[in-house]
Ligand binder design. Structure first.
Ligand code: AMP
Length: 451
């Protein structure tokens, strides 16, 4: 098994890793870090919970330690793009944690909050800038930040960014970043659109893939309740009213649904908070904080809002509605199984959701156990369906997708032609990398630095 000491990371980073209590690199870290230390471009197929943030943050910080550079006003050396403000905040926190023994200025910019404070924060420049695409383009448009000095570009949860309609924004951003950068793209899934994007943005990338969906699924204890839609709220209260629950994350399909669940739980005396796209940033942060510090043990979220949220010790995930996309299910239940821990995930399956449950079972390669009614409940569960029953895909709008943004995110503006330079065997891109950090790139600036 690979050890952190095998990876050749700077001692200042090793110290921070040890303080975090990390003992061994996760598979994505063991695979990706050595490649990234060699300046390779990387296409990482990994979902949240695999340790992918450290997999890209550690080698990036290592590079900054090895090649320190004076911060330039309104510039950034490392640019990380993420789909949501929550994820951007978490990535920034990870960079701050791992860089605590070095001088590294980490800034975050995202929409939904006043832009002026972000403009001011960028005046002195950042070493690492973590951004959601729309707000970053606004700031670039206002000349609050330039992307000309970016040496490492990281796109995290690229599939989610596409789902949210950020494709044009991404292309505009990438067009402004120097071509001889190092580029990393992480995505939980690899639809054709992502591999096309990777082809455009990355230069001869190495591909690293970890945790196929079933692996997470195997680590989580899972169960289903067959219950009518009308009885779900009642059942939820009975399920959550269990002293064994430390922290439960409840998924609803819609923002409205999340609010309704919270109202119902509060009315019954169970403290719960909702996070979703209609909540203001301070409201979201407040809800997350309460959940993190344990004052509120139930958080109700839509998929988009919950994606990427990294909170330790989620003991239970409740799928109040069954997602219609099996991967979404795997993402959801993965919240309880972060970095090797296990948890319990229960799903409320109404009659019109049985088709989706079967789809999920096919994907994860196992049947999910049917659970007995919780003690004391007055809800009459539905009889366990016949496994041979013929099921049809429900008609109507897709369920369970959490209401992603569609279209181009409402941004106007000219679309820039995207032309990522491919190696021509010419200057700055030696056909074969000579090992170590000799490649152009993060690169051209550093050429010769290592001889
Ligand atoms: P991520 O997939 O980056 O969101 O990371 C998921 C969680 O795993 C975070 O809470 C990290 O702090 C934690 N983590 C990352 N790497 C390791 C490691 N090597 N050992 C233990 N925990 C880790």
């Amino acid at each position: 098994m690979t050890k952190f000491s095998d990876l050749g990371l700077n001692p200042l980073l090793m110290k921070a890793i040890a303080e975090e209590g990390y003992e061994t690199p996760t598979p994505i870290q063991a695979q990706a870090i050595p490649l990234l230390l060699e300046d390779k471009d990387l296409l990482g197929i990994a979902q949240t919970g695999t340790g992918k943030t450290a997999a890209f943050a550690l080698p990036t910080l290592d590079f900054m330690l090895e090649f320190p550079q004076k911060r330039r006003a309104r510039s950034a050396r490392v640019l990380v793009l993420a789909p949501t403000r929550e994820l951007a905040g978490q990535i920034a926190d990870s960079f701050r944690t791992y860089s605590r023994h070095m001088d590294c200025n980490v800034q975050t910019v995202f929409g939904g909050v006043n832009i002026n404070a972000q403009r001011r924060a960028l005046q002195g420049g950042a070493d690492v800038l973590v951004a959601t695409p729309g707000r970053l383009l606004d700031l670039v448009g206002q000349k609050a930040v330039s992307l000309q000095e970016v040496e490492v570009l990281i796109l995290d949860e690229a599939d989610q960014m596409l789902d949210m309609g950020f494709i044009h924004d991404l292309k505009k951003i990438v067009a402004q970043v120097p071509k001889d950068r190092q580029t990393l793209l992480f995505s939980a899934t690899m639809p054709k659109l992502i591999s096309d994007l990777a082809q455009q943005f990355l230069d001869n990338p190495v591909r690293v893939s970890v945790t196929p969906p079933s692996t997470t699924a195997e680590r989580v204890d899972q169960g289903v309740y067959h219950v009518s839609n009308n009885d779900k709220l009642e059942l939820l209260f009975d399920v959550l009213n269990n002293p064994e629950i430390d922290r439960a994350l409840v998924f609803t399909r819609t923002k409205h649904g999340a609010d309704k669940v919270v109202r119902k739980l509060l009315a019954k005396g169970l403290d719960a908070k909702a996070i979703h796209g209609n909540k203001s940033q301070p409201q979201r942060l407040k809800a997350l904080d309460a959940f993190k510090n344990g004052t509120c043990k139930v958080l109700v979220a839509t998929d988009i809002a919950a994606r990427g949220i990294d909170i330790d010790g989620i003991s239970h995930v409740v799928n109040f509605e069954v997602p219609n996309v099996p991967e979404q299910y795997v993402h959801r239940i993965g919240r309880t199984a972060r970095a090797g821990r296990t948890g319990l995930a229960v799903s409320f399956v109404a009659e019109d959701e049985r088709y989706y449950l079967r789809d999920i079972e096919k994907t994860i390669g196992m049947e999910v156990d049917v659970l007995k009614a919780p003690d004391g409940t007055k809800v009459d569960l539905l009889p366990t369906p016949d496994p041979n029953e013929r099921l049809y895909k429900p008609k109507g709008p897709a369920r369970g997708n959490g209401g992603g943004r569609s279209g181009g995110g409402g941004r106007g503006g000219q679309r820039r032609p995207q032309a990522k330079a491919k190696p021509q065997g010419g200057a700055g891109k030696p056909g074969g990398k000579q090992g170590g950090r000799s490649r152009g790139g993060k690169k051209r600036k550093l050429e010769g630095a290592r001889g």
